[in-house]
Design a protein around this ligand. Structure first.
Ligand code: FRU
Length: 480
């Protein structure tokens, strides 16, 4: 049996029941998931592929899993799209992107192959074309090889192609590493998707933004260009970046003819504990949507017996305001709002729970208007044993998430802090909670903190605490 058929039969036989996973966040059919891949619109549906190892809850030889959605909220599982079954991708079909063309649905991915002695790894870019269900790898793969790169650039770290069409030209950015071990993004162009030319280094780390830059994305929005990438091995920088793999963006101006991207400063895309390798697509209505792997490479723990590992964030709508990317949950979520509970001008002194404000599949917003306090806390997914705490320190302008008591039994990072920019008199915190996650959108999406929690679902309470007094509005919907 071939590798693709084997994976398809395996997932059919071992599909995880829906009640064992998050309700509106995409999870793998079975086993392990990492990066979103091939986020694209094809024949009226939104397709999302993902790095996939169906056979265990750990990373292994990479396949591409596949799901589609018609409402951005509920995902329908499709059969495995790619398996590592060719000489040039025998060690993995790594991350990449997709595009609808006249030829069909084109996937561009990184084929990974070690040389015969199992030693040196080569990463090259490959194509597969399909009809939205089955995909056939191109006869002339790989279509971009490492030896097309300038001398000195790594052949072993050259991956994650993101493709787009501009006029009659296809463009592609990929992650790479230069001769000084610095991360960078390289640019290629093609007239037909099969014959490519190396163009330029679009951006690089200048030696201070990690090593290899993974999973680039590059697009125009609101008159500017946005470059997204996920650098490995970063050192923490104040409240902006944490140690290890970060996901960040640059806003800038792109001179298309000269292939020069003049970029601003690096800004974090998410300030929570679990967010990596984001990818975007553009919907037919013009919205630019971002989705990311809601996970961290360094905290791969799951409760015993759980048959899946890794999930995606909720898709987010992007825009630009005051020099920053703004991210808000896709508006389609509102169709699933049920049971509105609303408190206006509620006064909080000390600790308090509010009738009807609880749950684990909820969309709830707290708007704190004013008050005499320093610290304001919200404990969610709480019972006598567990909670995850969001702490807002007004004078320091710090927001913190702490999942120490969420049920974690491994020595992984549990606290992350971020600095909120000017918030005037009001701060708005919107929580999107699914069974195993919290995505906290601060001040209408100016910053987001995404974090996974494996707290038992019986922990449903929400407790508000403040060390003085505060006045706030609370609005909550169940998501069903
Ligand atoms: C990012 C990444 C990519 C690579 C893939 C492998 O998380 O390391 O660079 O293509 O995962 O699964």
């Amino acid at each position: 049996m071939d590798f693709l058929e084997k994976a398809r039969q395996y997932e059919d036989a071992n599909r995880i029941p829906l009640d064992e996973r998050p309700v509106f966040h995409m999870t793998p059919t079975v086993g392990w998931m990492n990066d979103p891949n091939g986020f694209s619109v094809y024949q009226g549906k939104v397709h999302l592929f993902y790095q996939y190892h169906p056979y265990s809850t750990a990373w292994g030889p990479m396949h591409w899993g596949h799901q589609v959605t018609e409402d951005m909220i509920h995902w329908q599982e499709c059969k495995t799209a790619l398996a590592p079954d060719k000489e040039y991708d025998k060690d993995g079909c790594f991350s990449g992107s997709a595009l609808a063309t006249e030829e069909g649905h084109v996937l561009i991915y990184t084929g990974v192959a070690k040389d015969e002695k199992g030693g040196k790894e080569m990463q090259n870019q490959c194509i597969a074309v399909g009809d939205g269900i089955d995909y056939k790898k191109a006869a002339d793969n790989p279509v971009i090889t490492g030896d097309m790169l300038p001398e000195g650039f790594s052949r072993a770290d050259f991956r994650d192609p993101k493709v787009w069409k501009d006029g009659n030209t296809y463009n592609l950015v990929a992650g790479s590493r230069d001769e000084n071990e610095n991360g960078q993004i390289v640019l290629f162009s093609s007239a037909d998707l099969y014959n490519w030319n190396y163009e330029a280094v679009l951006a690089n780390s200048d030696g201070c933004i990690g090593s290899m830059w993974e999973c680039p994305d590059f697009f125009e929005m609101d008159g500017q260009h946005v470059l997204i990438c996920s650098p490995q091995d970063m050192k923490a920088r104040e409240y902006e970046f944490h140690n290890g793999n970060n996901a960040l963006y640059f806003l800038g101006n792109y001179d298309k003819d000269k292939k020069i991207f003049s970029k601003g400063k690096a800004i974090s895309l998410d300030y929570g504990l679990d967010f990596y390798a984001p990818q975007t697509t553009c919907l037919p209505d013009g919205r630019r949507i971002l989705i990311a792997w809601m996970h961290s490479w360094d905290s791969s723990f799951i409760p015993a017996g759980q048959k899946w590992q890794g999930m995606m964030t909720l898709p987010r709508e992007l825009s630009i305001k005051n020099g920053r990317l703004i991210q808000v949950p896709v508006r389609e979520l509102e169709q699933y709002h049920k049971n509105r509970v609303f408190y206006e001008g509620a006064v909080l002194e000390g600790e308090k729970c509010f009738d009807g404000i609880s749950g684990r599949m909820i969309d709830f917003t707290v708007q704190i208007h004013s008050g005499e306090f320093q610290e304001f806390m919200i404990d969610v997914a709480k019972d006598e044993e567990y909670y995850t705490r969001i702490l807002f320190h007004k004078d320091k302008s710090i927001i913190e998430i702490d999942r120490t008591y969420s049920g974690v039994i491994r020595d992984v990072a549990c606290i992350r802090r971020a600095r909120i920019r000017d918030f005037g008199d009001t701060i708005k915190l919107r929580f999107i909670m699914d069974r195993n996650s919290i995505e906290l959108f601060v001040n209408d999406g100016e910053m987001v903190l995404s974090t996974v929690i494996y707290t038992p679902l019986t922990a449903q309470e929400i407790l508000f605490t403040c060390d003085g007094s505060a006045v706030m509005d609370i609005e909550k919907y169940d998501i069903e």
